[in-house]
Design a protein around this ligand. Sequence first.
Ligand SMILES: Cc1ncc(COP(=O)(O)O)c(C=O)c1O
Length: 367
Amino acid sequence: MIPCACPEAQYLSYKDEIDAAIHRVLDSGRYILGDEVVSFEWEFSEYLGASFSVGCGSGTDSLVLALRALNIGPGDEVIVPSHTAVPTVAAVVIAGASPVYADIEPDYFTIDPDQVEAECTDKTKAIIVVHLYGQAAEMDALLDISRRHNLRIIEDCAQAAGASYRGKKLGTLGDVGCFSFFPTKNLGAIGDGGAVVCQDKPLADRLRSLRQYGWDKNRISQEPGINSRLDELQAAILRVKLRHLDADNSERQSLADIYNAELEGLALKCPVKRDASTHVYHLYVLQLEKRDALIAYLRKNGIASGIHYSMPAHQMPGFFDDIQLPMTEHIATRVVSLPLFPGLSDQQIRKIADLVNRWEIEPSSGT
Ligand SMILES: Cc1ncc(COP(=O)(O)O)c(C=O)c1O
């Protein structure tokens, strides 16, 4: 079976370097917030062109820490997309604020600036902009709204490490950039991990304090913080992966180019790249009717595929809101993610595209 994503393939590509990094940590005797975390934070901010980077336990925690460091909590509203990985919304609730959902743009799957503007109230404090599937949201318009309404922009870059917008790396356009290092991400650890990047020293200091119980340098808690540190082993592994991130993203782009060239059906829509943005294809997402039939057909032919995401957050019991988001609800019935990860061969991509094309001609033949 060809999987939809394959973190083991990436480990095997860099096995010697990763094994050496792990042994370096084991031999160091320093297992929490040691040299590896400090070096990774520095290298990651250099790579992005950010002034500061603060490692933490997960992408979800990076969003919670960012909200708290920006003084956003009970009584505040945060505008979010509903078509996203649910942690984007969970983080707002964990921080004590209220998520307010806005609909998305049909071509790019990212939050629609006009819908954001329509949701702004006196209580709105921030927008969480999710750069979904690996490319930027419409940042010019969103930054303009944030200036006019005095809102913070939190970039959720979990799926877009290394992508850029008008030549700037994502994560450096808003007030903070939040990253997940979940193993399948473009920059993936071998376990959980996350980071917040920002340009402002007091904000970086506050993030560092909040990730460790609200401690000051004498280990006196100045406010209630949490325990969310980037693990030393994961930091050592991420330093290896970061060195290969641009090459891995180029490989994802070349594979996506093959899909774009080979998939020829009229009934399906390939991903659309935003002009101002690079796309790093965390996921390669098609839109089509009868996607469940395509998924079953592909599975029968040894190909795994995925749905990101089958239920919008506002329809889930845990984060329910009794509203309608027509584009979000429409898209949720149509998206399917085809396999795409570094290590997949051109030949495998052609085989998958060929199967999809054949299914299109005779959908009943495979189901
Ligand atoms: C868009 C988005 N935001 C946030 C997260 C949360 O990251 P983590 O799983 O590291 O907590 C993820 C990953 O699942 C994600 O895809």
